[in-house]
Design a protein around this ligand. Sequence first.
Ligand SMILES: [Zn+2]
Length: 678
Amino acid sequence: MEFGGRSDQVRGERIALVSVLLSLLCALLGRAVLFSSRCARAEPEPLRDGGLPVLVLRGYGDRGPFQQAISSALSRAGVEHAVQEESKLAQEAGGLDQRRVVIVSYGAQMKPDTEALLLDFVEKGGILCAFYRVPPRLASALGVRLGRFIPDDHEQRFHSIAFQKAESLPGLPARVVQDSWNIFETTSDGAACIGRWEDSRGQPSGFDAVFLSEHGTFTNHVLTAHDVSGKARFLAALLGHFDGGVWTGANRVLEARATAAAREIDAVAAGDPTRAADCQERANQARQSAVECAATDPAKAHSLWMEALRQLELVRCSPYRSKSVEMRGVFVPQPYVAPSWEAVMSRLEEGGLNAAFVYAGSLGRVFYRSQLLPMEARVQLGEDPVGDCLKAGREHGIAVHLWFNALNVNDAPPRVLEELRTQRRIITGVEPGAQQMACPSEPQNRKLVVDSVVELARCSRPAGIMLDYFRYPFAAGQEFCYCPHCERKFVEETKLPQDGWPKSVQPGGEHYDAFRQWRCDNLTALLAAIRSALAELTEQQPVPLLSVATFGWPDARNKVGQDASAWIGGRLVDSHLCLNFTPSVSYFKTLVENQVREAGNEVPAYCGIGAFSHAAQFDGPLQLVDQIEVSRRAEAHGFVVFRLNTTFLDEFLPALKMGVTSGRASVPHVQAGGDKGK
Ligand SMILES: [Zn+2]
């Protein structure tokens, strides 16, 4: 990327033009705007230490996904950038002087010294692009004022951001999909609003989203992993607005990428020529047009390079073969999808998938009609998202496994959570802010978990039920649970002396190993109780397949009490479903090989692949294809991708369909609680 002086004149003219358009627009909308037409920064200083001009700052409270979404979008756009954690910002070599742009992934927990550094950076002419929330002085520097916190309450009011007069900022897309779950209401204090929130039906929801000022931009939610190509265009347009040289640099990167991809395609045996030919042709056209308009309209050239790369990626996915029997699923972490379940299931079918693992609720709150558990407000009003999902799944040949957070009560209504706490039914010692979980030793909890799973099976008749949070809490350096229920049950069942609890069962204590084994047995017995209760469902209420979302990392037994071998050996599950969320292909391979061995000939082994997870954000579909191929070579029986989002539907699924899922596949035949067929 270039931030050189050559582009300053062009940039100045463009900023002047943009500000006039924005002023007109804002005047039309009845908003005051103080958008300066002067160039944001005088002659930039040369970079020291070869540092990159764009820094993505991972704010406190961002465990990784928000920064990764920004990095993925920038990489997709061909914008080179550095990444730094907020805690290490002060140690940045050369301070922020060497940066031109700082992008803050999450500013809600920003420390005062970070704020001071960034204020100084902005005062010296640096460009700040901040997401979600920033302290008041920094907000003021960006020309905005932040107001109340507005949660979405599942109404999908913050589904997309529509950009007004997108053409006024070269390269800006018409809209990007966010699927945001809350915002901080934001009003202009000098900045121009350039993007507003729309709901999932494409209707304006009445809230501003993106603001532009001479010092940078502010967006009132984090950047999500949805719609990565749209986000790439969005970020490139913002940066390109402040420096036209961004386009030149990014175009050079994308052109090199396209050349390398084309060379690779030429080098390997051609895929299915009928599948790949059209894409190849479209790629050639886009590349040619990009070269032609590179000098006159670099933003347009950028868009063409991105299109060329998308087509080349499809070609590169085409040599991979399909399989006829395979679990091909996707995790859907919320039961409301846009635009509708009918549309989504139709897309999954078209993409060659055959299963969806759809969130139906937790012990704290559910999205279906329940006599036992608190219901989501919209369900109380008569909505039935789980029912809609099952119906559409049946129509499109997608087996629906309902995902139930068995011991998680984090999203329970506050009143219920307080009640559970008073009754000492919550696992103790979990840090505030971490997921609150019901203790699996407490008798009422155990009964409620069993009854709830049976109720879910009875009412919804899904193909399967997947239990998640069927484990002890996971926190580095901490173990659980030492509550009075666990104490009583441990002593009763192990016949070990009670003296010294909890010291005797903690690391270094004489009964530490016995305690860890007992935790596993405690969960295994609960799973057995669920299994036998489900087996009693009558012919009219078919028994769903049962699976548990199992930690893929080694030593899940000791870390979280998940004893998958015991579950498989005791036929308490119908598949061995492990979450192997990692970007590393070699680590993924090691995990899968162990799991296939562990599943043996008892149950099929399914790999959870984290394409959009805390642990991994895939840059493109080829990374997913790689892991699917690894799982096949390891003789796993299928895969479930985390997670459904717009990027998955629009970009990954068509790429899978080019090769690995080009033919239909049936799910491996498994009889609930019985023998695995061929
Ligand atoms: Zn306990």
